[in-house]
Design a protein around this ligand. Structure first.
Ligand SMILES: [Zn+2]
Length: 268
C-alpha cells in the first residue's frame, strides 16, 4: 500500500499526550507515519509544581514551550493548537470547536485518530468535552453535505479511545500511593482502569521508554522533581507506563483482528 499513513491525536492539555501516548507518537513518527497532535488548551488552569516559579499570566506561554519541547522529543510532530482556555472547554460553543477539528481531519486525512474515551481517564471536565468533540468531528467529517467550506468529506478509518489499564493504575498505587487526581484543590477523581479483556489494542513502546520519559520531562512546570519515575535509579523497564500504551478501538471501517498490537492493523 503506497498511501501515506497518518495519525491524529486529539487531547485537551499540554502533557495529556505525554503520559498516555508519548511512546506511540514516537514509535509511529519513527516509522515515518505523518503525526498530528491537536491540543485544545494551553493548560493555564493546571497545577503548578512550584507556584513561585511562574505567574499565571505567563503560564500558557511556558506550557506551550513545554509542549513544543515534548513534540521535539517524539520526532517529526505537527502540532495544532485550538487556542481554548484550560477548564473552560465546556462553555465553548461545540459547533466552533468541532468545525475546527473537522477542518483538520479533512485537510490532513488521518486514517487513525486517538483521543479520550467517555471516561476521560479520570473524568476531567476538559477530557470529557474533548471526547465529545472528537467523536462528533469524526462523524461529521465524513458527512457529504456538512460544512463543505471545511474541506472535502473524509472518513477516518479507525478511532481509538486512549485508556489506562488496571495494571498501570495498580502500579501507580504501589509507586505513588494514590490512584486518583485531586481536582479543584482536593476532590479525588479516580483513574478509570480497564481489564485486559476490555483493552483491544496494546502498543509495545519499550524501545521508546526513554523518549517518552524525555517528553514527560519537558512538561517540567507540572512535575514535582521528587516523582519516583524522574529519579535516575528508577527502573522504567518494570513500569507498564513506560513499556505499553493501551487503547480501545471504538470505531473501525477496516477489518482487523482483536486484540491488536498496532494502531494501523488492517491499514498496511
Ligand atoms: Zn488533561
Amino acid at each position: 500500500m503506497t498511501e501515506q499513513l497518518s495519525m491524529m491525536a486529539i487531547f485537551a492539555h499540554p502533557d495529556d499526550e505525554a503520559f498516555g501516548n508519548g511512546g506511540s507518537l514516537a514509535k509511529y513518527a519513527h516509522e515515518g507515519i505523518d503525526i498530528h497532535l491537536v491540543t485544545a488548551t494551553l493548560g493555564e488552569a493546571g497545577q503548578v509544581a512550584d507556584p513561585d516559579m511562574i505567574s499565571t499570566r505567563t503560564l500558557s506561554v511556558l506550557r506551550e514551550q513545554e509542549l513544543r519541547c515534548a513534540c521535539q522529543q517524539y520526532g517529526d510532530i505537527n502540532l495544532h493548537l485550538l487556542g481554548y482556555i484550560d477548564g473552560q472547554t465546556a462553555i465553548v460553543p461545540p459547533s466552533t470547536a468541532v468545525y475546527k477539528i473537522v477542518k483538520l481531519l479533512r485537510l490532513h486525512k488521518p486514517q487513525v485518530v486517538i483521543s479520550f474515551g467517555p471516561d476521560g481517564i479520570y473524568g476531567h471536565f476538559d477530557h470529557l468535552v474533548i471526547h465529545r468533540w472528537s467523536s462528533a468531528a469524526i462523524k461529521l467529517a465524513a458527512e457529504p453535505d456538512k460544512w463543505l467550506a471545511a474541506g472535502k468529506p473524509y472518513q477516518v478509518q479507525k478511532f481509538y479511545h486512549r485508556v489506562m489499564s488496571q495494571i498501570q493504575i495498580d502500579m501507580m498505587m504501589e509507586i505513588m500511593g494514590r490512584n486518583f487526581v485531586p481536582m479543584d484543590g482536593s476532590i479525588p477523581f479516580p483513574f478509570v482502569g480497564y481489564s485486559p479483556d476490555q483493552i483491544t489494542t496494546t502498543i509495545d513502546v519499550s524501545d521508546f521508554a526513554q523518549v517518552k520519559l524525555d517528553g514527560i520531562r519537558c512538561h517540567s512546570s507540572q512535575l514535582s522533581p521528587d516523582l519516583p519515575y524522574l529519579q535516575d535509579d528508577y527502573d522504567h523497564t518494570s513500569d507498564p507506563m513506560f513499556t505499553q500504551e493501551t487503547f480501545i478501538l471504538a470505531e473501525s471501517h477496516v477489518e482487523t483482528e482483536l486484540p491488536e498490537t498496532d494502531l494501523f492493523a488492517g491499514l498496511r
